[in-house]
Design a protein around this ligand. Structure first.
Ligand code: F6P
Length: 349
C-alpha cells in the first residue's frame, strides 16, 4: 500500500469526461448528497481530465447541486483530454491530487475516460468509474445513462419523419449517433417502426437495402424510413464516413456523412425522392428521461457506497435490476448490438 492508498478518506474529487450526455448532473447530485451523509466533502474538477491537469477545481456543496437533476449537460464541463499523452500532464495531475487533498477520484465517462481511470488505479490512485455514453457501448453494464434519452429523442424524430414522408411519398434517411455500435439506431428503429436499420456491426449491401425498400413499394407502401448509425458502412468501404480529418486526443475521427451518401444512392437506384436528416448533437442535449435520472442517481449513490466499503478500481454497473461493482480493467471493451435483437427488427421491414 502506498501513502495515497493508506490515508483516510475525507475528500472525493469528481469529474465528467468525453462527450456529454443527459443524466451527468443527476449523477453529480447523487454523489454530493450521498458523500455528505458519509461526511466526505466533494471537489468538482472542471472539464474532465483537463481540469485536474490544470488544477481547476471547485468545492461542491449541497447548494451547488440544487435544481440540477433535470438539467442536461454537465455543470462541471467536459473535454476529451487524454492526460497520458504527455508525461508532464501525468505529473501535474498527481501533483494536483495531492495539492487539493483529493483522496479518491470518481470519473464519470465512457471508454476513453475510464481507460484513464483504469491506468490511474494501476498507479495506486483510488478511483471509481461511472459509465456514461449515449452510445450504450460499454462492456459489463447492461445500460449506460443517456442512452434512454437519446433513444426517445430519435424515436420522436422518426415519428415526425413518418408523417412528412407519407405526405410526400418519400424515402427519409435518418442518420443517428453510434460510432462503433448501433444501439441507438436499433432501439429507436424498433420503437419508431423503421423500414431499414443500418449499424456499424453489420456492413450493408446497397442491393439488399434497395431490394427490401422496393419490396415495400411493390406491396403498396408509398414511403420508407431508413435509420443509419453514423458508423455504418457499405460492404465495399473499409472505413466509416468522416466529417473531418481531425482526430481527438484518443485518436477518434469525427464521423458523419453516411446519411447523405446513402440518400443519394437510394434516390439514384430506386428513383424515389429522398431526404436526409442528421440528428447530431440534438441526441445528447436537453433533459434526461425519468429512466436515465433514476439510473444516474443509482450509479452516483453506489459509487459512494463503494468508497465507504473501501472497494476501489471498480466501475458501478447495471446488471439486471442490480447496480454492482465490476473491475475497471474489464470495462473498456466494446459492447456491440445483440444480434438477436437486431434480427428481430427485420421482421418489421
Ligand atoms: O459520446 C459518443 C458520441 O456521441 C458518438 O456517438 C459520436 O461519434 C461522438 O460522441 C461525437 O462527439 P463530439 O461531441 O466530439 O462531436
Amino acid at each position: 500500500m502506498n501513502e495515497f492508498e493508506r490515508r483516510p478518506i475525507r475528500s472525493i474529487g469528481v469529474l465528467t469526461g468525453g462527450g456529454d450526455c443527459p443524466g451527468l448532473n443527476a449523477v453529480i447530485r447523487a454523489v454530493v448528497k450521498t458523500a455528505h451523509r458519509h461526511n466526505y466533502s466533494v471537489i468538482g474538477i472542471r472539464n474532465g481530465w483537463k481540469g485536474i491537469v490544470e488544477g481547476k477545481v471547485e468545492p461542491l456543496t449541497d447548494c451547488s447541486v440544487t435544481g440540477i437533476l433535470p438539467k442536461g449537460g454537465t455543470i462541471l464541463g467536459t473535454s476529451r483530454t487524454n492526460p497520458f499523452k504527455d508525461e508532464e500532464d501525468v505529473a501535474r495531475m498527481l501533483m494536483h491530487l495531492e495539492k487539493f487533498g483529493i483522496d479518491v477520484l470518481i470519473a464519470i465517462g465512457g471508454d476513453d475516460t475510464l481507460s484513464v481511470a483504469a491506468r490511474l488505479h494501476e498507479m495506486g490512485i483510488r478511483v471509481i468509474g461511472i459509465p456514461k455514453t449515449i452510445d450504450n457501448d460499454l462492456s459489463c453494464t447492461d445500460y449506460t445513462f443517456g442512452f434512454d434519452t437519446a433513444v426517445s429523442i430519435v424515436t420522436d424524430a422518426i415519428d415526425r419523419l413518418h408523417t412528412t414522408a407519407e405526405s410526400h411519398q418519400r424515402i427519409m434517411v435518418l442518420e443517428v449517433m453510434g460510432r462503433h455500435a448501433g444501439w441507438i439506431a436499433t432501439f429507436s428503429g424498433i420503437a419508431g417502426g423503421a423500414d431499414q436499420i443500418l449499424i456499424p456491426e453489420v456492413p450493408f449491401d446497397f442491393d439488399e437495402v434497395c431490394d427490401s425498400l422496393r419490396g415495400r413499394f411493390n406491396r403498396g407502401k408509398t414511403f420508407s424510413i431508413v435509420v443509419v448509425a453514423e458508423g455504418a458502412k457499405p460492404k465495399e468501404m473499409k472505413e466509416a464516413v468522416t466529417a473531418s480529418e481531425r482526430v481527438d486526443e484518443f485518436g477518434h475521427e469525427q464521423l458523419g456523412g453516411i446519411g447523405q451518401l446513402l440518400g443519394r444512392e437510394l434516390e439514384r437506384r430506386l428513383g424515389v425522392e429522398t431526404r436526409v436528416t442528421v440528428l447530431g448533437h440534438v441526441q445528447r442535449g436537453g433533459s434526461p428521461t425519468a429512466h436515465d435520472r433514476v439510473l444516474a442517481s443509482r450509479f452516483g449513490v453506489t459509487a459512494i457506497e463503494q468508497i465507504a466499503e473501501g472497494n476501489f478500481g471498480v466501475m458501478v454497473a447495471q446488471q439486471g435490476d442490480r447496480i454492482v461493482p465490476v473491475p475497471l480493467a474489464d470495462v473498456c471493451r466494446l459492447k456491440t448490438v445483440d444480434m438477436d435483437l437486431f434480427n428481430m427488427a427485420k421482421i418489421f421491414f
